[in-house]
Design a protein around this ligand. Structure first.
Ligand code: SF4
Length: 232
């Protein structure tokens, strides 16, 4: 099977399994999406959503963020890793949006990438979700899953992105990164991929496949003191 034919089949199957894939970062508008993506570096979407739920009730624009100020922003996001640096970046990017872009998030990769804390991946996510551009953001899940599926090869996210842009059929490009992220988060997980419940296993070259757990085997017995400890 050629790489292209495999890509077509993979995305046909992922699309059938997840017809309306969506990013899991909560947001209200392009600005709150940008802030959420900046906060999500090396953090889970769930953790970011917990912090931004009350924050985005008060702050929906760069002007409101500047008014809130760095110290109070830190209070909202201190459960997220690297919160001090992220708070600085969010305040600085909000200021840059006001000064250079009339308070709006620009629909332009170069302009996005000049904002503090915004790299290529964040720009790709914003262009895709906020503006409907068929960009492919490569995070840790996409990086791993694309290689296991034989869609891309590379040592850097940029190399993987460039391969994917070439191989993903155009009609699947818009949602490609969502399908790969969700597939990586819930099925093709890092340590023990759930090949036994995978929608694309017949066209996936990754070996060895993880066998289905043996449900006929009794659960391992625990020491009596462990069981007693649980009752306390
Ligand atoms: S078959 Fe296994 S390795 Fe291949 S994509 Fe599915 S879960 Fe991942």
């Amino acid at each position: 099977m050629s790489k292209r034919a495999r890509a077509e089949e993979i995305f046909k199957r992922l699309a059938a399994a997840m017809p309306a894939p969506k990013g899991e970062l909560e947001h209200i508008n392009p600005y709150t999406l940008l802030v959420a993506v900046v906060l999500s570096a090396q953090a889970t979407d769930k953790g970011v959503n917990r912090a931004t739920e009350p924050l985005f009730k008060m702050v929906k624009t760069p002007e409101q963020m500047i008014k809130l100020g760095e110290a109070r922003l830190i209070d909202h996001i201190k459960t997220i890793g690297l919160f001090r640096m992220k708070a600085k970046n969010v305040i600085a990017l909000s200021r840059a949006l006001i000064e250079k872009h009339g308070g709006k998030v620009p629909r332009d990769r170069d302009a996005l990438e000049t904002l503090p804390g915004v790299g290529r991946k964040t720009a790709n996510v914003v262009l895709n979700i906020a503006f409907g551009e068929p960009t492919i953001a490569v995070d840790t899940h996409v990086f791993r899953v694309a290689q296991r599926l034989g869609l891309a090869k590379g040592k850097t996210p940029r190399e993987i992105e460039d391969h994917l842009v070439k191989v993903v059929p155009e009609n699947y490009r818009q949602h490609a990164h969502h399908w790969l992220i969700l597939h990586g988060r819930y099925v093709c997980v890092a340590r023990k991929p759930k090949c036994y419940e995978c929608a694309v296993r017949e066209v996936c070259p990754f070996k060895p496949k993880t066998p289905a757990p043996d449900v006929t085997k009794p659960a391992p017995r625990r020491a009596p003191e462990q069981r007693a400890g649980q009752r306390q």
